[in-house]
Ligand binder design. Structure first.
Ligand code: NAP
Length: 254
């Protein structure tokens, strides 16, 4: 039985684990960073918490005799992806990245693409607006410098401490989010700007479609630079890659 480590924290990682669960030729471990207080139930054994940088991950791969590493982390989790690339090279372990393609603008989208959160704050401008922040709770601090806006903040865990701005409303919710409900949310709060990541996939695309339908501007964070490693865009392709990797390992007698 070959041991496979999936770096997770995404729907795709969970789906891949589900797909590989129960196979007699592989033992799957899913790795979670431990960011959310109550992570969604996982279909395979999970380990939780950081490894201690690329060196720590390389040591883990070696100690656990991992045969293949699949980096199925979120496209904005750039540090762990860089660590995965370095660790896999150091430990001589096969690596695949499972990365969702970014959304592409279509007719009717009003996107303002920015490099980072401080640029997103600047893009909102000086005049007061009603802004929906669909970002991780750890990325909100720069909005404290723009207290003139009214904020609607959605996160998986409560934002604690809250943003030091006079007008912020908090919604704690976990996706997927359907377009109709997103539309209702944007209307109910009179939102005129959405700030979000270009996460790709279906689960959080509802707000982009809803903003399009309502003619609302979306300030979209560009994707971070990720390491140039072999990558696929779907769970099916990742499973096929693993099958090929297993055959080639057996052929080489490793
Ligand atoms: P990050 O900035 O790339 O990573 C920071 C550190 O967290 C890493 O150096 C590593 O610590 C640890 N880490 C990250 N992912 C890990 C994993 N799957 N297993 C074990 N340790 C992990 O990561 P992030 O952006 O904070 O994301 C953290 C987790 O949330 C990831 O699993 C990601 O898939 C998920 N997530 C992120 C976003 C997002 O927008 N960034 C959105 C949805 C889900 P050590 O150096 O100590 O190993």
């Amino acid at each position: 039985m070959r041991r496979i480590l999936i770096l997770g924290g995404t729907i795709e990682a969970r789906r891949l684990a589900e797909r590989l669960r129960g196979r007699a030729d592989v033992a799957i471990t899913l790795s979670l960073a431990g960011r959310t207080a109550a992570p969604a139930p996982q279909p395979v054994p999970a380990r939780v918490g950081g490894f201690g940088g690329a060196e720590g991950l390389a040591a883990y791969l070696h100690a656990e005799r991992i045969a293949a590493l699949i980096d199925a982390t979120h496209p904005y989790a750039a540090t762990i992806s860089a660590n995965a690339a370095r660790a896999a090279a150091a430990a001589d372990v096969r690596l695949l990245a499972l990365r969702r393609p970014p959304w592409q603008p279509v007719a009717g989208d009003r996107w303002t693409e920015v490099a980072d959160v401080p640029e997103a704050v600047r893009a909102l401008g000086p005049a007061p607006r009603r802004v929906f922040l669909a970002l991780g709770r750890k990325e909100l601090d720069p909005f404290a410098t723009a207290p003139q806006h009214r904020y609607l903040v959605r996160s998986v865990d409560p934002v604690d401490p809250p943003l030091p701005v006079p007008d912020a409303t908090y919604v704690v919710a976990r996706g997927p989010f359907a377009e109709a409900a997103e539309r209702d949310l944007l209307i109910a709060h009179g939102i005129d700007a959405v700030v979000a990541k270009n996460s790709g996939g279906d689960a959080t695309y509802g707000k982009i479609k809803a903003a399009r339908a309502l003619g609302i501007e979306v300030v979209l964070l560009r994707r971070p630079q990720l390491p140039p490693v072999p990558s696929v865009a779907s769970v099916e392709e990742a499973a096929a890659w693993l099958d090929h990797a297993l055959v080639s390992m057996s052929a080489r007698g490793v």
